[in-house]
Design a protein around this ligand. Structure first.
Ligand SMILES: [Zn+2]
Length: 56
């Protein structure tokens, strides 16, 4: 029985754009100097990148 071990290894995170919960191992990440953002997939990742570029 190593179910407990398994569940602690798979941590869920929320997508920065659509707030969907996804396993951390499957999430796309964007790292800044003092933050890490998670995305459910490339669609949300690209959306965030576009929004970010427009602001600057
Ligand atoms: Zn998403």
């Amino acid at each position: 029985m190593n179910e407990h071990e398994k569940s602690s290894a798979i941590k869920a995170v929320s997508c920065e754009i659509c707030l969907k919960e996804i396993p951390k191992s499957e999430a796309k990440t964007a790292e800044g100097s003092d933050y890490v953002l998670y995305y459910c997939g490339l669609d949300c990742y690209e959306k965030w990148q576009q929004d970010n570029e427009k602001k600057e």
